[in-house]
Design a binder for this molecule. Structure first.
Ligand code: IMP
Ligand code: MG
Length: 377
């Protein structure tokens, strides 16, 4: 069975932690969109890792391989660095064997230094991570982009990154070469960013430039491996980095406190994240636009000890399109909080409220950074 795990808000919902935990049950973890703008935080044996390009697979599970799909834009130097870090972390036990479980689709496009320069020069008003993502997709659409395939086949100055990875054992193979194997395997599609940042359905122009809905899985070429469940990950409060509308945003001391408790600083850029309460109209919108069938709620532990938790349950006008978020007037109710997120009974009211507001079932919750903190609901 194949599943997808998507961000159901503005990214940073805790997808990395969830994907890492689920990945040993899958043969492949597939990244299908975005690039090194993503920062997926993983805790492995109590050590914190951040993956920007590499899928959040648990390399301790022999079964699981990583695939970087053609919908991504890849900074080869950064990928080389991440592959080397993974090899270094596992070298003691298995030499370079791990690299053979990393596959890259040569149809993915590369990010060039000038793409990053363009971000720095032109995309500050969006709050870009300056990783060259938008400009790389722009050259792809303008038919001026460079694919990994072009680098491999030509005399490109970037070729040595690929040669270096190949030497370690990384495999550059297209979908049709892998289809037979993948068709008989269990795939976990790992989304980057979140539905509210999707190029088609996010709050344009305050978006990233890739497809972070389930559509991204298909445009990568996986129509023969459709995910039967599409999990949307959301925190029990909301965060956002970069510019653009954020209806439930908090200011001042309240935001500061939550930011510190949740350590809400960008995994990629270190920027302080904007903080707000859970926004059910936005989550409902993301579920509908993203193709989300199940929810995973994270970071319950951060709200421990709150008697009541404000949740936005409506806007004055129901949002039916992305423009409606620019003028949203959020309306809140107080939901019973919990003393200790490990006490399931205390969480029931909050979870019911989310399910009522989205008409989507909550299937997993996460209340900490260890694997034991993720439980089925
Ligand atoms: P870009 O994709 O770097 O151009 O950034 C465009 C917008 O998406 C900015 O507001 C970024 O802060 C935001 N963004 C991009 N990637 C992520 C992510 O992985 N998590 C959270 N926000 C992101
Ligand atoms: Mg992140």
């Amino acid at each position: 069975m194949n599943i997808a795990v998507l961000g159901a808000a503005w990214g940073d919902e805790g997808k990395g932690h969830i994907v890492h935990h689920l990945s040993p049950r899958y043969d492949w973890v597939v990244r299908f969109n975005g690039g090194a703008n993503a920062g997926h935080t993983i805790y492995r044996d109590n050590v914190k890792y951040v993956h920007n390009l590499m899928p959040s697979f648990d390399w301790r599970a022999d079964r699981t391989k990583a695939f970087l799909g053609s919908g991504m834009v890849i900074d080869l130097e950064q990928l080389h660095k991440e592959v080397n870090a993974i090899v270094a972390a596992t070298f003691q036990f298995q030499g370079t064997a791990i690299a053979k479980r990393i596959y890259v689709d040569p149809d993915a496009f590369i990010v060039l230094p000038e793409h990053k320069d363009e971000d720095k020069a032109n995309n500050g008003h969006i709050g870009s991570t300056n990783r060259g993502i938008g400009p790389a997709y722009k050259s792809k659409i303008a038919r001026k982009g460079t694919r990994i395939r072009d680098v491999m086949e030509g005399a490109s100055e970037h070729r040595h990154w690929i040669e270096g990875m190949k030497k370690l054992g990384v495999q550059f193979k297209g979908l049709l070469e892998l289809r037979r194997e993948m068709e008989h395997a269990d795939l976990l599609f790992e989304g980057a960013q979140g539905v509210m940042l999707d190029i088609n359905h996010g709050l344009y122009p305050y978006v990233s430039c890739s497809e972070s809905t389930v559509a991204g899985v298909y445009s990568c070429g996986f129509h023969w491996a459709p995910p039967t469940k599409v999990y949307g990950v959301a925190k029990v409060y909301t965060t956002k980095v970069g510019e653009g509308p954020f209806p439930t945003e908090l200011g001042g001391e309240e935001a500061h406190k939550l930011r510190e408790r949740g350590q809400e600083y960008g995994a990629t850029t270190g920027r302080p994240r904007r903080i707000g309460w859970l926004d059910l109209p936005a989550l409902n919108y993301a579920c509908q636009k993203g193709g989300i069938t199940d929810l995973i709620l994270t970071k319950f532990d951060i709200l421990n000890g709150m008697d009541k938790i404000p949740v936005c349950v409506a806007y004055q006008k129901d949002p039916t399109c992305s423009s409606d978020f620019f003028t949203a007037a959020p309306q809140y109710i107080d939901v019973s909080g919990w003393e200790n997120a490990n006490n399931d009974e205390e969480l029931v009211d909050f979870i019911r409220c989310v399910e009522r507001g989205t008409q989507v079932p909550v299937s997993y919750i996460s209340r900490g950074t260890t694997p034991n903190d993720i439980v089925g609901w």
